[in-house]
Ligand binder design. Structure first.
Ligand code: 5GP
Length: 185
C-alpha cells in the first residue's frame, strides 16, 4: 500500500474544514497539511494548526526559494502549500490538503499521483445559508465567495471524484472508501 496525497476542494462554506478534521480524527494514518497564508487569523484560529500566518515578505521569500508545492492569491491574500512539510509527512503517512481548485490542479500537475476530490454543496441556497450562519464575514465578502461557487464546481470534471456533502457522515465514509481504494491500486 502506498501513501497517498489527497486534495479536498470545493466552495467556501461547503464543509471542507469539518470533513478534513473528522477524517484526521478517524484515521491515524492521515495527516493534515497546514498551509501558509498572509491573511489575518479569524477568531479561534491557531497559528501552526489552521494555517501558518506569515507576512507578505516571508511569503515572497518562500516563493523565491521554491518553498511551495503550489500557491495562489485569493481575496488579496496569498495561500500556499509548504513543499517540505508535505513531502516529509508523505514519507510516513497519507496527507490531506484542503485547498482551492486552482491549487489542486497545480498540485496534480506537479504530482500526478495526487487524488483530487471535489466537495459539492447539495444546493446553492444551502451554501448561502451556511455562510450567513457562520457569521464571521461581511455580506460583501460572502457575496464574493458565492461568486466563486460556479467556477469551483465547473472544474469538477478535472477532479478525480466529486462527493456531495448533504450528509456529513456519508460524505466522510465515501472519502474513506476512495482513499482505501486508491491506496490499494
Ligand atoms: P480561507 O481564507 O477561507 O481560509 O481560505 C480562502 C481560500 O483559500 C479557500 O478556498 C481555501 O481552500 C484556499 N486555500 C487555503 N489554503 C490554500 C493553499 O495552501 N493553497 C491554495 N491555493 N489555496 C488555499
Amino acid at each position: 500500500m502506498r501513501n497517498v496525497l489527497i486534495v479536498l476542494s470545493g466552495p467556501s462554506g461547503v464543509g471542507k474544514g469539518t470533513i478534513a478534521n473528522k477524517l484526521i480524527e478517524r484515521n491515524s494514518n492521515l495527516a493534515l497539511s497546514v498551509s501558509c497564508t498572509t491573511r489575518n487569523p479569524r477568531e479561534g484560529e491557531i497559528d501552526g494548526k489552521h494555517y501558518f500566518f506569515i507576512s507578505k515578505e516571508d511569503f515572497k521569500d518562500k516563493v523565491k526559494n521554491d518553498g511551495f508545492l503550489e500557491y495562489s492569491e485569493h481575496f488579496e491574500n496569498f495561500y500556499g502549500t509548504p513543499r517540505e512539510f508535505v513531502e516529509t509527512k508523505l514519507q510516513s503517512k497519507d496527507v490531506l490538503l484542503e485547498i482551492d481548485v486552482n491549487g489542486g490542479l497545480n498540485v496534480k500537475a506537479n504530482y500526478p499521483k495526487a487524488i483530487l476530490i471535489m466537495i459539492a454543496p447539495p444546493s446553492e441556497e444551502e451554501l448561502y445559508a451556511r455562510l450567513i450562519g457562520r457569521a464571521t464575514e461581511s455580506e460583501e465578502k460572502i457575496k464574493l465567495r458565492m461568486s466563486r461557487l460556479n467556477f469551483e464546481l465547473s472544474q469538477s470534471d478535472k477532479y478525480d471524484y466529486t462527493v456531495v456533502n448533504d450528509d456529513l457522515q456519508k460524505a466522510i465514509e465515501q472519502i474513506e472508501e476512495i482513499i482505501k481504494y486508491e491506496k490499494n491500486k
